[in-house]
Design a protein around this ligand. Structure first.
Ligand code: HEM
Length: 409
């Protein structure tokens, strides 16, 4: 018998209809058994408190590749090198050793020092569209900032960002025929990434800088450099994690402001609220829909008996709309008092390493965007990437009205 709901089906996330399914599950079957046509099935964890409990107990709910990894499918089944050998698919204590290697790149001081450069980048991106009435927002604005910042973190020329952008799309686009046209194409992308990142590794060994690649190239685990497989995997993790998610938050935030004109007006009048609007955007959008864990022992969750080896999928998109934690949870509210309780960056040992950097980019982007274009709205159909992993808009036209022309009108 087909499952009543199939949360694995990427078509469910092509619009905002998934939230009706999540609301139903939170109310009636919060730890829901989702059978799989091509797998053993998984437990879908949909309530805030349960997502928290699973994420904070890595001993019982493992991210390790050997157990199945952090993705909805078993990582051991995957032929390509992808993200599987990076910190995101590790448990303590191994996880901490790898996370530590790049942590210096994300300290609060270092992120604070980046603000002026992020603002200069945003200014340049928005200056380019000055005078235009309507733009394809993803390519012209939302994708540009994170990819430029990523090139800066890697210490690579800005001209390389088209490559980084394409590779990132190819990695996440496994269910989207527009992004992953063929197996040969994705293989070619992985090969290019391997060559590119290897070349960088060798360069940074000879001439170290203070970029993330230098940190990885010079790091030691148990006195040894990290393996090439782990390095490539970490490179891909950073390309995808530092890029797709921030882009999706920018575009999802603009869509939320378009759909809630009173919130947009409020933010345009009160830029001091933007710092609070940022976690509210991440809560409302949930750029990463879920992560996966595997039970290491028999246990109980939400009244269900979980067996060792069972797959558990924690749905941030659902936890972030849980009425028992967020009042009027489906409402986009930039003044929400507990917006920063949102779980869009995950929680526990894998809590997003780039969260402060993402928040900085979002704050500066919305400050500059609304100052120039206090009236903006999405026009026409919004096209999303076909994926069950990310809430990702790939095409969205946005009509912009500059502040001056509004005053003149
Ligand atoms: C709004 C933007 C972002 C969102 C929503 C987001 C979301 C997440 C989530 C949900 C996790 C947790 C994974 C888990 O528990 O298994 C995570 C981990 C991670 N993120 Fe982000 N992320 C964002 C931006 C970034 C940026 C800008 C970077 C780096 C440039 C980054 C780097 C990472 C890394 C390295 C990890 C793995 C951490 C670990 O395993 O210890 N993220 N992110």
């Amino acid at each position: 018998m087909p499952p009543q709901f199939d949360l694995k089906n990427p078509d469910l996330y092509q619009d905002e209809g998934c939230h009706r399914v999540f609301a139903h599950l939170r109310a009636h079957d919060p730890v829901y058994w989702n059978p799989e046509a091509d797998g053993a099935g998984f437990w879908a964890v949909t309530r805030y408190d349960d997502v928290l409990a699973v994420s904070k107990n890595p001993e019982l709910f493992s991210s390790a590749r050997a157990q199945g990894g952090h993705r909805i499918f078993d990582e051991l089944d995957v032929g390509d090198p992808s993200l599987d050998a990076s910190m995101i698919s590790m448990d303590p204590p191994e996880h901490a050793a790898y996370r530590r290697m790049v942590t210096p790149g994300f300290t609060p001081q270092r992120i604070a020092q980046m603000e002026a450069r992020v603002r200069a980048r945003v200014t340049e991106i928005l200056d380019r569209i000055q005078g235009e009435r309507e733009v394809e927002f993803i390519a012209t604005v939302a994708a540009e900032l994170p990819i430029q910042v990523l090139a800066e973190l890697f210490g690579v020329p800005q001209e390389d960002r088209a490559k980084l952008f394409e590779w990132s799309n190819a990695v996440i686009g496994e269910d989207d025929p527009e992004l992953r046209s063929s197996h040969a194409y994705i293989e070619a992308c992985y090969k290019e990434m391997a060559l590119y990142s290897l070349h960088l590794w060798q360069k940074r060994l000879q001439e170290p800088g203070d970029d993330l690649i230098s940190m990885l190239a010079h790091a030691k685990v148990g006195g040894e450099p990290m393996s090439m497989q782990r390095y490539l995997s970490t490179f891909i993790l950073l390309v995808v994690a530092g890029n797709e998610t921030t882009r999706n938050s920018i575009s999802g935030g603009v869509l939320a402001l378009s759909q809630n004109a009173e919130q947009r007006r409020l933010l345009a009048q009160r830029p001091d609220l933007i710092a609070n609007a940022v976690p509210e955007i991440v809560r409302y959008v949930s750029p990463v829909l879920h992560m996966r864990r595997t039970a290491t022992a028999d246990t109980e969750l939400g009244g269900k008996t979980i067996r060792a080896g069972d797959k558990i999928v924690v749905w941030y998109a659902s936890a972030n709309r849980d009425e028992s934690h967020f009042q009027d949870a489906d409402r986009f509210d930039v003044t929400r008092g507990n917006a920063s309780d949102q779980l869009g960056f995950g929680i526990g040992q894998h809590f997003c390493l780039g969260s402060r950097l993402a928040e900085l980019q979002l704050r500066v982007m919305f400050e500059e965007l609304l100052r120039r274009f206090p009236t903006l709205h999405a026009e026409g159909p919004v096209r999303r990437v076909r994926t069950n992993f990310l809430n990702s808009i790939k095409e969205m036209r946005v009509v912009l009205t500059p502040a001056a022309s509004r005053a003149a009108a």
